[in-house]
Ligand binder design. Structure first.
Ligand SMILES: [Zn+2]
Length: 62
């Protein structure tokens, strides 16, 4: 399916979470096949680090 003769060398890159375009010069995070834009980074990081979340005063219940 890949066409080596296509004119555009790069496809536009879309954020895997919000679907927004990640433009030239913009920071993004690429992890496990997902591209995450800066706008989604907080939600993404929160999800990725969820196993390490603690609630102060209830640490022993985990
Ligand atoms: Zn996004």
């Amino acid at each position: 399916m890949h066409n080596p003769l296509r004119r555009r060398p790069r496809r536009c890159l879309l954020c895997s979470l919000c679907g927004g375009e990640i433009t030239e010069g913009e920071s993004y995070w690429y992890l496990n096949g997902a591209s995450v834009c800066e706008r989604c980074f907080c939600d993404f990081a929160r999800g990725e680090l969820a196993p390490y979340r603690q609630i102060r005063g209830r640490e022993a219940e985990l």
